[in-house]
Design a protein around this ligand. Sequence first.
Ligand code: ZN
Length: 766
Amino acid sequence: MSVKPNMQMFKRTFIVMVIVILSLTLVSTGSLVNIMIFKGEEYQAKASEQQLYDSLISAPRGDIYDSSMNLLATSSPAWTVYLTPNGINKLSDKTAADNVRRVIAEGLSSLLEMKYEDIYEMTQKNSYYVIVKKKIEQKTVDKIRQFILDNKDLEIASYIGLDETTKRYYPNDTLASTVLGFVGDDNQGLAGLESYYDNELTGVAGRVVAAKNAKGTDMRFSYEKVEEAKKGNSLVLTIDSYVQYVCEKYLDIAVEQEQVEERGAVIAMNVNTGAILGMAVSGDFNPNQPFTLSAEDQAIVDSITDEKEKSEKRSELLNRQWRNKAVSDTYEPGSVFKIFTASAALEEDLITQNSTFTCNHNYVVAGNTYHCHDKKGGHGTQTLAQSISNSCNPAFIQIGQLMGSTAFNKYFKAFNLIGKTGIDLPGEATPYYHKEEDMGPTELASSSFGQTFNITPIQMISLAATSVNGGYAVKPHLVEKIIDSDKNVVESFSNENRRQVISETTSATMRTMLEYVVQNGAKNGIVAGYRVGGKTGTSQKMAKILATGNSHLYIGSYVGIAPIDDPEIAVFVMLDEPTGANYYGGLISAPVGSKIMADVLPYLGFEPQYTEEELKKISVSVPDVTGDEIAAAKTKINSLKLSYKVIGNGNKVVKQLPEAGSSVYNGGMVILYAEESESQTVSVPNLVGLTAAEANSAAADAGVNIKFSGNVSSNEVLSYAQDIKAGEKVSLGQIVTVYFRDEASADMAERESTEEERTQTNATQQ
Ligand SMILES: [Zn+2]
């Protein structure tokens, strides 16, 4: 029953309590009687304070759900173990008191995995309430209760207390950890959504007033309930667990494969509403143990001998693993930003889809020569679509010049790039850029192709969304609604009052342009069965290059949008400091975007429509033939244009490989194991560096099946990885996934502004 607090009740409770204390005190030690008599008022105030603090009932924290009401964060019961050393201090027999201290220190140190000395010291304090350890789980609490029972003769129950509280629990461990954040010892939000929405999630603590006996311990059965704890509100996120999982999966693979030193980030966003469906940061943490470093980072800390240095390093690495790179870090967007320049110039009617731009390799602005990445004497005369697809800097410098710094800055502001986006996460970074009054011809030139200024990834994807969604600014957000403990909606966040930045006409042109880019330049962004638009970028980390002297520091990025004719989702990928063989966004980041979209688009209900070329290579679902007569199985398999191989002499299929429901290459082979046959193993062939046709025939020769992933748009595209290593022994018929990307055309465009030019551009910035 919930009882509302009122002053009268409080007074009555307090009087009862004082009487209880007084009457118990009278039969207790003389010193306490003295205190009661001579310092009565002061003591009473202290006592009441002590009682109320002692007896707060912590409120359960609200839960966090994904967009389908799957739990991402919840609270489970936990206990705080505390001591009442003043109870022990008052024992007249000092030897007995010390015995109690030693028994408690011994028992609790072993049950709570703490140091004996630390607990012994706690038992000597002059206090009624000393916390020994928080967030103790049920099984340990049961052991403590048993320990108290076992030492009944020492009245240990009077000196050890257990307060029931809650412990934050994240059922999916690392999933979305940088978004969710984590809580501290007192369940206070310390990072991510837990911190941003701390007030909503934190409930209202309840109170009980309990009388104390002479030893200062609770009188267990004389609670007077004043107010019940009220559970905090819960959050329903825009994050979809599946999309989140897919973003994390492919990001992690890329970070490992491309040997990315400074982590990577992926954002998947609904381009019409700004709702974030997935936000992944590699090198994140488990919010159940937020202070645990990865094994790799821990090894770094362990290798340091100096204690101060060690602790600084530890704190630096913890902050790094908690940091949401997608929101809290800025970067130079590079060529992806050409989306902005093209959108703004189109909107100002300074250029049209039919405008042409000439590139003779060199372009001089205010005495500075800018080189195009094209080493063959320039791109010549290009249409707007070709200029974006070629990622031609001279063309974009010209577009910037047509705009001038006033218009450039007008749109920079309109696209919401001068401040924070206001996303509901703590620690959003502020962009820095050339203000209109500071923007000379060179600053305008470099800004037009995305360099010499910094924005956040969340700003980059938001601006891409605006350019294709009909021209509306979107506010990126992670919480769809806030609900109370009865699941009533307290507040919901929609994207009303949409502000138009560019016209629908301009936006339609941008959709056409960006589809052209993926078809002709950023081909690794292609997703079989879907119409995709996108833009790649590669930028050098100039500040760090100047500081370290290491010139090989890049960020490879990509933003993809699909379906580009009626956009729904944008995927942004950035890989910070790839140190492998490749670093161009078109080679390392676009394939990540393509893989994410290939998994997410069908999940979101978009049916693929394959071209004939794609149809030849796409995967077929293997039928279930286990248990069938061999003849029937053959017919079933043939009808799907798959081939088969029978192992053994029986009449029935006892086992098949690949299993029913697996995807294999159109024309792949199903191995039918008849009765009394043994599994056969084969060696996985090398399937890297081959065309789709070559990979397929190599796989068939070796007796494995193949599944294509990535850009398989043409027969010239080569594979660059396989999921099972060459030489590994697998069952006959095993599926090997082979990844393709277009190395030749890989947006060579990305060879923008290599070292020579960058030095020049930045020299003007000094
Ligand atoms: Zn060019």
